[in-house]
Write a protein that binds this ligand. Structure first.
Ligand code: MEV
Length: 312
């Protein structure tokens, strides 16, 4: 078996991050920034020439434990988006590794199986998480996570008393501007912080429910291609996430810089740093505003495929 190459997309959460961990709905979109992974059998397990270790490469080593009994593997990755940027780099590397492992073992790549294993891997590494990032990297396009099964159901994932029904969500081709704060922020601590707040405060629980209900409204806007309505909901969602304590000065500054030329803007992913997104039809102006405030802009598009094997 020679070299296998796979790729997986980054993602942005349009509405509903954090609330989804508590069983509320959320909408997530794959974006046209991809991570690529090459895998081949070798003499010493390595990533980009460095020895593979559980401490520094937990997502890859856990993925290997799930699907591989064979010998040493040499891996190389390259990514169009930075890790810790809130754009789903751990989900992308996990799903791309799992797809490569299926392929190098001579098996068909199964989206549902990748989504299930990838959720387990993320949970093992991060602690409490939802399947939103891993299912988006797996399926691509758009994902709606809901508490009930509906049309376009892809798969159902449960953990303790929580259940997530993951649906395909049709999305129009949209242009978004991502603004990376440059602050790398892992998901686990942000999720734990919100859990502590929600466990102790009925106000925080109400905020989580309000995020859930604006996500349902957002789904209707998306279906009607109502960008004005969707943008307003995104900006409201940002304010609610700030109340939950997951925004920061750098994110607020980039959201403010984007708003004059956008339908709406919000942090995306776990917050505490990472990135924000703006929905706009003036991407160059928004990107300029983000750059002027010290952020790194990426103009991205939706409607891209999930994890897949690439021809080499
Ligand atoms: C991270 O991209 C999204 C969070 O809701 C965590 C999760 O759902 O696993 C913050």
């Amino acid at each position: 078996m020679g070299t296998i190459m796979t790729s997986a997309p980054g993602k942005v959460i349009l509405l509903g991050e954090h609330a989804v961990v508590f069983g509320q709905p959320a909408i997530s979109l794959a974006i046209d920034l991809r991570l690529q992974l090459r895998m081949r059998m070798g003499h010493r397990s390595s990533l980009n020439g460095h020895p593979l270790s559980e401490r520094t490469h937990p997502y890859i080593t856990h993925s290997i434990k799930h699907l591989w009994n064979g010998g040493a593997l040499e891996l190389e990755t390259s990514s169009a988006f930075p890790s810790g940027s809130g754009l789903g780099s751990s989900a992308a590397v996990t799903t791309a590794t799992l797809a490569a492992l299926m392929s190098i073992s001579g098996n068909e790549i199964s989206q549902e199986s990748i989504a299930r294993h990838a959720f387990e891997v993320e949970s093992e590494v991060q602690g409490r998480a939802s399947p939103i990032d891993t299912s988006t990297a797996t399926h691509g396009e758009g994902i709606l996570i809901d508490t009930r099964p509906g049309a376009d159901l892809l798969w159902h994932i449960s953990r303790d008393v929580r259940e997530w029904y993951i649906h395909h969500c049709s999305v129009p081709r949209m242009t978004l501007v991502v603004g990376f704060t440059g602050i790398s922020s892992p998901t686990g601590p942000q999720v734990a912080k919100v859990k502590r707040y929600v466990d102790h405060s009925s106000f925080a629980r109400e905020v989580v429910e309000e995020i859930g209900s604006l996500t349902v409204d957002g789904l209707k806007c998306l279906r009607d291609q109502n960008m004005v309505g969707l943008g307003e909901l995104m900006t409201r969602d940002h304010k609610l996430l700030a109340i939950l304590g997951v925004s920061c000065q750098a994110l607020d500054k980039l959201v403010e810089a984007a708003l004059p030329h956008s339908y709406g803007a919000k942090l995306t992913g776990s917050g505490g740093g990472g990135s924000m997104i703006a929905l706009t039809d003036k991407p160059e102006q928004v990107a300029e505003g983000i750059k002027n405030k010290g952020g790194t802009p990426f103009i991205v598009h939706t409607g891209v495929p999930g994890v897949r094997k690439e021809m080499i």
